[in-house]
Design a binder for this molecule. Structure first.
Ligand code: ADP
Ligand code: MG
Length: 265
């Protein structure tokens, strides 16, 4: 049932490769031998019903969840394994820390540190995880605050900001770690409708002006159509169908995709 015709261009370098990934929570199989590839610089949107495993894919990549079976490589390195004397062994905490630096994630619920100013939210990890000097981290923070249009709010606390502003800070915070892959898990789902646009505008600008690899889970179908190189429809832990947005949204082949998309019209 997996659609292989729309796979990543074989000439492009994959930055994410998931092969036969199985994820279970107790008796529930959430990812069922998932194969998924993302090319360097590709903008991929994941759509699908609630509970289909979309967040789990991003959380596994972010090393927030382990896997039961399968292989994952990110930027040419195994994610959940490492090699000692040529033998695969479970990844050590040090290896996971290295791998985490490849990825930045933006969550539905912003997750800013409430007791820190906007500026400190952004400088904290570059200083303590990457070892940047305070001056360099502050300079870097201002660059990304400018990119998300939040420069004048640098000294405020999260509670003084709207949801859309908090989410833009969360994006700047992730970018300040200089990840090669950005993961967005329904970044606008918790926002009042009038605030959705400002966050999508930032994500679009990022996609146009940076060669970041981007993975976006969203229900904003019109945005997905404009943003994506490829759209993947997930259901029950597998990719039912995938392809360029003009194909997947206009002439979906699978009944399950058609039914899902109809609920948005
Ligand atoms: P989606 O993001 O597509 O809505 P998720 O990836 O969040 O789906 O969840 C997929 C399935 O895994 C759901 O059935 C959910 O209830 C289950 N699940 C997710 N996280 C956990 C967890 N920590 N413990 C138990 N079940 C979980
Ligand atoms: Mg989810």
């Amino acid at each position: 049932m997996n659609d292989t015709s729309a796979q990543t261009d074989p000439n492009s370098t994959p930055i994410i490769t998931m092969e036969g990934v199985v994820k279970r929570f107790g008796e529930t199989t959430v990812l069922d031998h998932l194969d998924f590839q993302v090319a360097k610089g590709e903008k991929v949107t994941i759509i699908g019903p609630s509970g289909s495993g979309k967040s789990t894919v991003l959380r596994i990549l972010m090393t927030l969840e382990t896997i039961e079976e399968g292989m994952i490589h990110v930027a040419g390195k195994p994610l959940w394994h490492e090699y000692r004397d040529g033998q695969p062994v479970p990844a050590s905490e040090a290896h996971l820390r290295t791998m985490r630096k490849e990825m930045g994630m933006v969550f539905q619920q912003f997750n800013l540190f409430p007791h820190m100013t906007v500026l400190r939210n952004i400088t904290e990890s570059p200083i303590h995880v990457l070892g940047l000097s305070k001056e360099k981290a502050v300079r870097r923070a201002h660059k990304y605050l400018d990119l998300v249009g939040m420069t004048e709010h640098a000294e405020k606390f999260p509670s003084q900001l709207s949801g859309g502003q908090q989410q833009r800070v969360a994006i700047a915070r992730a970018l300040a770690m200089h990840p090669s892959i950005m993961l967005f898990d329904e970044p606008t789902s918790a926002l009042d409708p009038e605030l959705v646009g400002e966050v999508l505008t930032v994500i679009r600008r990022l996609s146009e002006e940076h060669d970041l690899t981007m993975l976006l889970v969203t229900h904003e179908m019109e945005f997905a159509r404009q943003f994506s190189d490829r759209v993947c429809f997930f259901d029950k832990g597998v990719i039912v169908e995938q392809g360029p947005p003009e194909m997947l949204f206009t002439e979906p082949r699978e009944a399950r995709t058609q039914e899902f998309l109809r609920s948005f019209m």
